[in-house]
Design a protein around this ligand. Structure first.
Ligand code: FAD
Length: 290
């Protein structure tokens, strides 16, 4: 059943300080509202228990992509369109550009935010695998101060995050990859566009003297949270490109994932296709010209 709009309260604070004060004064009462592309679906379906929302749109501190010599830092309100259109993101994080391009369609990309994609905490979201592969940190803010958390530790269970009721996700901070780097991103859905992932895999590898010196794989839709593939990574780390143990890594991947049957796919399909996409990525890595 649709929600009855007059039942809802939307506060629009003029600054981040005002937003944090409201969150703190009435702890657990307000739900942050960024682009609204996840929240409006729930609202329309009558599935939102919370009736009070905090529109973050005037919080300038949550906007903008900043570049330093070592990092790119994204305000939580950075939209997919801004990610797609930023030259520095193309240069350093091509997987993130692909994730943004494959999220919804243009209207969703114009409104939907990186912070919302993370804080909605869906295991099927499309940017988290890229964020995991790039060794991202998230910065959280409250009136108590700011703290940084490794993104891979942020999701603690299905829809459970390391985010206190008085905190907002402020920035997403990604170190620029150093040296010769291989990037891979693949989303498998029912269609090429406007489809939720059945599985999604992103990887980033640093190559030194023809061997894999650093390697991270992020996966979506195959576990209760966006997941690192640490077992598969360990098989590949330190190996020469011309002799990557691909089948061994594919077997190891099964210990990294715990897919379920749901409306979009079966656990069996997700296991098989994750292994196949991993194989595709590793073949591309082995053939890359470094
Ligand atoms: C038609 C359609 C297609 C879609 N396709 C895709 C797709 O292909 N891939 C994909 O990954 N997603 C998809 N989505 C989901 C959605 O667009 C994304 O998850 C988007 O990133 C959500 O961002 P938002 O700003 O709209 O979040 P909102 O809806 O505003 O918020 C989402 C959640 O995050 C919380 N939140 C937001 N910002 C903050 C913050 N700064 N601090 C703390 N909590 C915060 C909110 O309280 C809420 O719980 C689709 C949605 C629709 C409607």
């Amino acid at each position: 059943m649709r929600s009855y709009l007059p039942d809802f309260d939307l506060q629009v604070p003029d600054s981040l300080g005002e937003a944090l004060a409201l969150l703190t004064q009435e702890l657990g009462q307000y739900r942050p509202f960024a682009g609204g592309t996840d929240l409006m679906v729930l609202l329309n379906a009558g599935l939102l228990p919370a009736a009070r929302f905090l529109d973050l749109s005037r919080c300038q501190e949550l906007r903008g992509i900043q570049e330093t010599s070592t990092h790119l830092s994204f305000g939580a309100l950075t939209t997919f369109t801004e990610v797609r259109d930023c030259k520095a993101v193309h240069q350093h994080f091509p997987n993130l550009v692909k994730s943004a391009r494959l999220t919804g369609a243009l209207a969703i990309q114009n409104r939907g935010t990186l912070g919302g994609n993370i804080a909605n905490a869906s295991p099927a979201a499309d940017t988290p695998p890229s964020l995991l592969a790039y060794g991202t940190e998230v910065e959280l803010i409250s009136l108590r101060g700011t703290r940084r958390v490794a993104y891979e530790a942020f999701h603690q269970g299905y829809k459970k995050m390391d985010l206190a009721p008085d905190e907002l996700l402020q920035r997403i901070i990604i170190p620029k990859p150093l040296g010769r780097t291989f990037h891979f991103y693949r989303k498998v859905g029912t269609r090429q566009a406007q489809a939720i992932s059945k599985i999604c895999l992103a990887a980033c590898a640093r190559i030194e003297n023809g061997t894999v010196a650093e390697f991270r794989i992020g996966l979506g839709s195959v576990a209760p949270v966006p997941a690192r593939a640490r077992n598969a990574e360990a098989v590949i780390l330190g190996k020469p490109l011309e002799a990557l143990p691909i089948e061994e890594a594919q077997l190891a991947l099964l210990a990294d994932i715990s897919p379920i049957d749901d409306i979009r796919s079966s656990a069996h399909y997700r296991r098989v296709v994750s292994q196949k996409v991993l194989g595709q990525m590793l073949r591309e890595l082995s053939q890359s010209s470094f």
